[in-house]
Design a protein around this ligand. Structure first.
Ligand code: DGY
Length: 322
């Protein structure tokens, strides 16, 4: 008799190749309509499963984790960010939690560059004008933005994504400054200037890119006091998580012209974001698509499955976060 395959409750529709591997190696419950499940539905799914395979759209807070069945072995995330899971609560219940680091760096750094360029060169305004058939002139004063080439870029969080963003930005001759919990070895630093505190970093940043994880420490990290330390007309880019920004402070600074522009891919309360962002002319806005390439989404799924494979083979998964 062959052993029963582990049952995996898959919360969202995954790339075809990932679902095929799940089908081959596990007994998966798929979500073909890609519907957002309620907490009760997640609990019901977990009751019939050995592991959950979830995305950042599923919020497993302490209350929900308390209700998960004790037989559940693991919560595998199809994401690098794990701020949607209460890791302390999961650990206390003995659930193994994994994420998908490394594989998102290139795709997310591309979106950081897009946000930087889009915000600086007024891409949203230009696009809207053309789509509304409102483009009717050209003059030396028309749609003048900020040049990216040669400017200083401050990076908050020089992890995998921050490092790739720095590398791409160097292609635009940008001068890199950064703040990180720890200074990097000089080969990784590659000439970037380290600042021990954010307060030291900010006055140097004509552009500021946020690449730090969402944690209790980074909650509201970019607030009005810190925005005030940026050079006037600085441009802020966020592809990390909305919670690292005090959004009202950002909106006020964009309105008052303290900040020149913002390029944002992430927000608090997604997808119901503060409508003020869309009303401001100096924002370039994307709907949390940092990792949304075919290559990266496949890689995220395979990485999540590598972790599940290890767990069900009785070994330590490569990307355990709890
Ligand atoms: C991540 O992996 O954290 C991305 O933001 C998508 O969830």
């Amino acid at each position: 008799m062959t052993a029963a395959k582990p049952r995996i409750f898959v919360s969202r529709k995954l790339p075809q190749a990932v679902e095929e591997r799940l089908q081959r190696d596990y007994e998966p419950h798929f979500n073909p309509d890609d519907r957002l499940y309620s907490g009760d539905e997640l609990i019901a799914g977990a009751e019939q499963s050995d592991a959950l395979l979830i995305c950042h759209t599923e919020h497993l807070d302490a209350g929900l984790i308390e209700r998960l069945p004790g037989h559940l072995r693991a919560i595998a995330n199809f994401s690098v960010g794990v701020d949607h899971v209460d890791l302390t609560a999961a650990k206390a219940r003995g659930f193994v939690v994994t994420n998908t680091p490394d594989v998102l760096a290139d795709a997310t750094a591309e979106i950081a560059m897009l946000c930087m360029l889009g915000a600086a060169r007024r891409a949203s305004e230009g696009e809207r004008m053309i789509r509304a058939a409102e483009w009717n002139t050209w003059s030396p004063a028309f749609m003048v933005g900020t040049q990216v080439t040669g400017k200083t870029l401050g990076i908050v969080g020089m992890g995998r994504v921050g490092l790739v963003t720095a590398k791409r930005a160097r292609g635009f001759d940008m001068v890199i400054h950064y703040h990180n919990r720890q200074r990097l070895p000089s080969d990784l630093e590659a000439g970037a200037t380290y600042h021990e505190t954010l307060e030291d970093l900010l006055p140097h940043c004509e552009f500021l890119a946020l690449h730090c994880p969402a944690t209790a420490t980074t909650e509201g990290l970019l607030n009005s006091e810190r925005i005030a330390l940026l050079p006037d007309r600085a441009i802020v880019v966020n592809t990390a998580r909305g919670s690292v920004v005090d959004e009202q402070a950002l909106i006020d600074a964009l309105r008052l012209g303290k900040l020149g522009a913002a390029g944002l891919d992430v927000y608090r309360n997604e997808p119901h974001i503060d409508p003020a962002f869309a009303q401001l002319p100096n924002t370039f806005l994307l709907p949390h698509i940092g990792s949304a390439t075919r290559e990266t989404r496949d890689a995220m799924g395979f990485r999540a499955l590598d972790n599940l494979d290890a767990i069900f083979a009785g070994s330590e998964p490569g990307d355990r976060v709890a």
